[in-house]
Design a protein. Structure first.
Length: 402
């Protein structure tokens, strides 16, 4: 059985893993990135599933905490060079419009949809955003019908990011600089004689001086850590509404918090239509059952993926679209399973597990900030932390003490 040695092996070939491999390869490091291909379909699925199996994510700075937006801005500055180098397009311009009640009371929604905080974060990063009152919102987007008393923040230079295409571009650039891309799934690691020995599901083995674990929401399920991270994973649902004539639908991409008579009716993304691999165009909404399916094991995750998502989210999504876009009729809806995760501080983990292992995990908004997270993980795998952001910001928290 052949054993291959590399200076660094990156476990996980999603947005963060592929970015880490690219940054290492650019520095002349002998790096391999190991991860499976996307499964053909959710039905009958039994292995790893990734949250980036999608055609559209909002890439903007109207986020909390500020660190998320800062990492995104750093990533964005390198997108043009990555597109030019690989010839792979992975962004589409859009307006990012955050719609919310003008007077939002206390509660969890106030943390994520505090327009004063969101606007202040954008100013700190030098990004222009416009604040629209109710009348201004109607005038700027006449096709939209929002609830009375709702206002908006607009970032006009935002993007829809295609995470699948981003990964293709990162891996293409990494290959150009000599990185090895291996389509397998690492099942075990063991440290021997100052090296880490990794074994894949196929039986192949590799050794490395350093390992970077970029395994996203599935990190605690891989069995590659001696103790679990403080990381909660959930089975999320994406609702896709088919759009027969996308040219007739001129709309921004929205983060929408919808209230009526003091009751919350919806909170999530409504994305402008995008083409999908089946040749159809879909408008994407986040399902409202986001936190209803906690996942702790690989078996639970596989069962969730096979379910195809929560079809009970479709009527709520349809109601949102009827109110929001009353001049358009949507008759065909589909669901897709997705994985999301969260950390206690809502920040990524970029930290050392031990002298041979680095962790790089951001499992909910990782696509838009992945390039910078990968750069920081590559830095840590090669030597000391030298970034202007203190490393303490990204230190891992553990569910169990040492």
């Amino acid at each position: 059985m052949q054993t291959n040695h590399h200076e660094v092996v990156v476990v996980g070939a999603g947005p963060i893993g592929s970015a880490t491999a690219r940054h290492l390869a650019e520095q002349g490091v002998d790096v391999a990135v190991i991860g499976p291909e996307e499964p053909a379909s959710p039905e009958g699925h039994a292995g790893t599933w990734a949250g980036y199996y999608d055609e559209g994510r909002l890439c903007h700075v109207l986020e909390v905490p500020l660190m998320t937006s800062m990492l995104t801005m750093r990533s964005l500055r390198r997108f043009d060079a990555l597109r030019t180098r690989t010839g792979i397009g992975f962004t589409t311009p859009t307006h990012s419009v955050t719609v919310l009640p003008e007077n939002l009371g206390p509660g969890s929604a106030a943390t994520w949809f505090d327009r004063r905080v969101l606007a202040a974060n954008a100013r700190d990063l030098g990004v222009v955003v416009h604040e629209l009152d109710e009348e201004g919102l109607r005038a700027a987007y006449p096709d939209l019908r929002v609830e009375p008393g709702h206002v908006a923040l607009v970032q006009p230079d935002a993007y829809i990011l295609n995470p699948r295409a981003l990964v293709r571009a990162q891996l293409a650039a990494a290959r150009q600089d000599g990185a090895h891309v291996v389509r397998d799934e690492v099942n075990t690691t063991e440290t021997r004689g100052g090296r880490v020995r990794l074994t894949g599901r196929t039986g192949a083995t590799w050794t490395a001086d350093q390992v970077v674990l970029a395994t996203g929401a599935a990190t605690n399920m891989t069995g590659l850590l001696a103790r679990p991270l403080a990381l909660s994973a959930f089975g999320a649902t994406v609702v896709l509404a088919e759009v027969e004539d996308p040219g007739s639908l001129d709309m921004p991409t929205m983060m929408m918090l919808k209230y009526r008579d003091g009751a919350r009716l919806y909170g999530g993304i409504v994305m402008a239509p995008r083409p999908y691999p089946d040749g159809r165009w879909y408008l994407k909404l986040a399902g409202t059952s986001l936190l209803d399916t906690p996942l702790e094991t690989a078996e639970q995750t596989a069962a969730w993926v096979r379910s195809g998502g929560n079809r009970a989210d479709i009527p709520e999504a349809a109601a949102v679209l009827r109110d929001l876009l009353p001049h358009h009729e949507f008759t065909t809806f589909r669901t897709r399973p997705c994985l999301v995760a969260s950390t206690p501080g809502d920040r990524p983990y970029i930290d050392r597990v031990d002298e041979h292992t680095v962790l790089a995990v951001e499992a909910e908004r990782g696509a838009m900030s992945a390039d910078e997270i990968g750069r920081l993980a590559a830095m840590l795998a090669r030597g000391p932390w030298t970034d202007t952001i203190p490393h303490e910001v990204f230190q891992a928290e553990w569910a169990e003490p040492v």
